[in-house]
Design a protein around this ligand. Sequence first.
Ligand code: MLT
Length: 252
Amino acid sequence: MDKKSPIQVSVNFAPWQIEEMSLNDKTVVVIDVLRASTTIAMALQNGAKEIIPVSNIESAVKISSSLYGDVTLRGGERNGKMIEGFNLGNSPAEYVREAVDGKSIIFLTTNGSAAMVKGRYAKNLLIAGFVNLTSVVDMLVRLESDFTLICAGQDNKFCIEDAVCAGKIIAAFEHATKMEVLPDDSALAAMALEKSVGKAVLKMLRQSAHGKFLTEIGLGDDLKTCAAVDSIPVLPLLSGNVIRASKENPKL
Ligand code: MLT
């Protein structure tokens, strides 16, 4: 019987350093725990048809004008707050069924949506947070291919919550797969961090810089939503420029 090659797992803590075309043909997971990944999972769970991530306001306006008004919403944030002229902010609590069912949502956030746009040439692009961790890991196990985890970070800097989530995904993947796993040094660092602070996710979010900021501006309840491991078992996949909940396997 053929012995399969080990699965190479890499982590990138700095998405701005990534050369977009280098992701071509790769399986990529974008993580933005606070809060873009969590909000996208919530929107899709509550019936949103699709999320269209954009990296700047000009793209949001341009895409809005080409879509039908009554089925399209604009969601996202700048400095944690809803952008003027948008319908929704970036709080998962806003993305209830009454607001998002059947809607296309143009989505602009400071770090998360930009990292997703950056990954658009990937063969498979999955969106992960703590809330859908097992759904993501199950798909990675089925894909049986090397993968890269991109941590969206915060203002071009490392952030602990995305790194801990990356570590948890790799640990769960190692546990679930029968294949040999070869983590790069960044992946090893993420796993070490997860071992150290990953058991108390909410506490870690409350200690994180962005968690403290969200709490200060009155959005502390979002941390509880973002910390709830496997509470929103959807698998958001980007295909073309659009994120939808997966019903089928991506490109195996
Ligand atoms: C981001 O993309 O930077 C975040 O999702 C920020 C936030 O709204 O908490």
